[in-house]
Design a protein around this ligand. Structure first.
Ligand code: AGP
Length: 615
């Protein structure tokens, strides 16, 4: 997903924009640029590669002004190059645009514009936007800046986040949001205004923000903003105060954001639990779900939709909600659910799990469910994101900003949110008695300390990673609640170290994967002391019998397994249901350390972006 930053005020726009883009680095990009309006008109600086290249360029060839826009690009149309980097300037040089999203009909628009005599300077879909704006602004019947932008965006198909400035409008910047192509946040300052695709870019300047909804347009000046729909009808913005502090969005003493976020999990989970448990009565309260007892009793099915790590979180949550609330749960990928014409009725609720709140496949699944009359809930980390706005009710993760592309604290927080949801539904549906509820709530309160204890494995895992990082294939196996953790452990490893890794239900090994096992295929076996322990020991023995190298995640005090596996990573004893939140910790650490041993770009793995806002 691309990054967007804009500024209008009295300070130097270039510095504010480039610093803001730096805070969006994690979104993934291959080029960057900045445009500033000054006494000499619109000046642009762009470069490929890391943001440091753009920073060097503006230092060598400065541009100064108090109105500007900038962009980090994650190429979708047009190879990464200086000519394809944003911002893009219209042919006559009157307008400049930055854009997040895909213009699905850009080819026909490009042909139309070229037939009208427009010369394109890039291969991007974005450029058609700025040329359209200029076409309408320079039409025989001249229209004003806002009308030209409105008419231009009406021609576009797809989802877009757009910011535009006009050479002859030194006190105005326009932002537009259509569909789900990443956020558009307006930052409210004193005599200055900001716009950004994500909160961290402008949080050091202001905590007061307005988040544009789909099909909204903001006219932004030094005095403030005016909000409209695309028909020009005025709207009232919902000003929100962001609680995050800028420091927590920085790395602190950690080497990578991912490392910091792994170690923030006790704090994050404490915040996830915070304000939702009445420890005096051992009851869970989730008022933001807007769920009545009657509706809870009426429900017959919950469908969880998510992508990637969030999907694996949903697989864990299925166990909680089925066992505690006795509600049938189906878990599906957002990218699959949206195209299978799902059966939805009033007795079906949809739960979308999404850290960013902007994953297009998950958002589309939510809209599909909503269109069919289902109740739509979301579990979201990014405050103010689209998933929060589309849902009938939201349980926020409260994990704080997650910058590393590989999700860690959001994963465990989203599991804890589902544990809370299961208890809450159990309370409303009467499927748990007082004794059960008290025990479940007490188990929840122990999670932060258990996670802290598991993090003490860090040095042992660092050493172990030094012995494993040269392998090219890994198998992760687990059963029951820990099968999704095997999937997650494999995803963590492959996405940041680029090592091929597969997660598998341990019971399936004999149905194929065991053919892979030899001394070149380390097997990560998650084998806590639970009801499936004996089965896991058997799987470990099968792997060892074939020369496999077995690393077991086991319960502290389990001496038997030490004689079976080559390495053992001991985690504390936990209640069975909350074990996954703890068993994933050594796997997060292992993926992290192996990636570091391999010299990989941990926070910005190749080909990946923090939030996938395109299909
Ligand atoms: C997780 O480590 C990956 N970066 C990826 O699978 C991610 O979980 C997925 O893209 C979903 O993101 P979301 O939770 O923001 O919707």
């Amino acid at each position: 997903m691309c990054g967007i930053v804009g500024y209008i005020g009295t300070a130097d726009a270039t510095a504010i924009i480039v610093d803001g883009l730096q805070r969006l680095e994690y979104r993934g990009y291959d080029s960057a640029g900045v445009a500033v309006l000054n006494g000499k008109g619109i000046e642009v600086r762009r470069d490929v590669g890391k943001l440091s290249n753009l920073r060097a360029r503006v230092q060598a060839d400065p541009i100064h002004g108090t109105l500007g826009i900038g962009h980090t690009r994650w190429a979708t149309h047009g190879i990464p190059s200086q000519r394809n980097a944003h911002p893009h300037v219209s042919m006559a040089g009157d307008f400049v645009v930055v854009h997040n999203g895909i213009v699905e009909n850009y080819l026909e628009l490009r042909e139309q514009l070229m037939a009208e005599g427009v010369n394109f300077a890039s291969d991007t879909d974005t450029e058609v936007i700025v040329q359209l704006i200029e076409r309408y602004a320079h039409a025989e019947v001249e229209v004003d800046f806002a009308s030209a932008v409105r008419q231009a965006v009406r021609c576009l198909r797809g989802a877009h986040a757009i910011v535009v400035i006009h050479k002859h409008e030194p006190n105005q910047m326009i932002a537009v949001r259509i569909g789900n192509a990443g956020g558009v946040a307006l930052g409210l300052g004193e005599g200055e205004m900001y716009v950004a695709s994500d909160i961290p870019a402008i949080l050091e300047h202001t905590r007061r923000m307005v988040f544009l909804e789909s099909r909204q347009m903001a006219l932004i000046s030094r005095e403030g903003y005016a909000l409209f729909d695309l028909d020009g009808q005025p709207l009232v913005g919902d000003v929100q105060t962001i609680a995050w502090d800028p420091v927590s969005a920085a790395k602190g003493e950690y080497k990578h954001f991912m490392q910091k976020e792994i170690f923030e999990q006790p704090r994050a989970i404490t915040d996830t639990l915070g304000g939702r448990i009445d420890f005096e009565h051992h009851r869970v309260h989730l008022p933001d779900l807007n769920l009545s007892a009657g509706h809870a009793l009426e429900l017959r099915r919950l469908v969880t939709v998510a992508c990637g790590t969030s999907y694996y979180s949903g697989l864990v949550g299925k166990f909680f909600i089925e066992q505690i609330a006795r509600l049938n749960v189906e878990v599906d990928y957002g990218s699959e659910y949206r195209y299978r014409d799902p059966i939805i009725d009033r007795q079906t609720a949809i739960l979308a799990i999404t850290q960013s709140g902007e994953t297009v496949d998950t958002l589309a699944a939510m809209e599909e469910a909503r269109d069919k009359g289902g109740t739509v809930w979301s579990i979201v980390n990014a405050f103010g994101s689209q998933a929060m706005r589309v849902a009938d009710g939201t349980i926020t993760m409260n994990a704080g900003p997650e910058i590393g592309v590989a999700s860690t604290k959001a994963f465990t927080s989203s599991i804890v949110d589902q544990y809370l949801l299961a208890i809450y539904l159990g309370q409303l549906r009467g499927t748990i008695n007082d004794e059960q509820r008290v025990a479940l709530v007490q188990d929840a309160s122990r999670i932060p300390a258990l996670v802290s204890k598991a993090l003490e494995l860090d040095e042992q895992v660092h050493q172990l990673a030094g012995e494993l990082y040269h392998f090219t294939d890994f198998l992760f196996v687990g059963r029951g609640l820990n099968y999704p953790i095997a999937l997650e452990g494999a995803l963590k490893l492959k996405e940041i170290s680029y090592i091929h890794a597969e997660g598998y239900p341990a019971g399936e090994m004999k149905h194929g994967p065991i053919a892979l096992i030899d001394e070149n295929m380390p097997v990560l076996a998650i084998a806590p002391r639970d009801g499936l322990y004996e089965k896991m020991i058997s799987q470990i023995e099968q792997a060892k019998a074939r020369g496999g190298l077995v690393i077991a995640v086991a319960t502290e005090g389990d001496t038997l397994i030490a004689g079976k596996a080559d390495h053992v990573l001991y985690i504390p004893q936990t209640a069975e249901l909350i074990n996954p939140v703890v068993s994933v910790i050594p796997l997060q650490l292992l993926a992290y350390h192996i990636a570091v041993w391999r010299g990989a770009d941990v926070d910005q793995p190749r080909n990946l972006a923090k939030s996938v806002t395109v299909e």
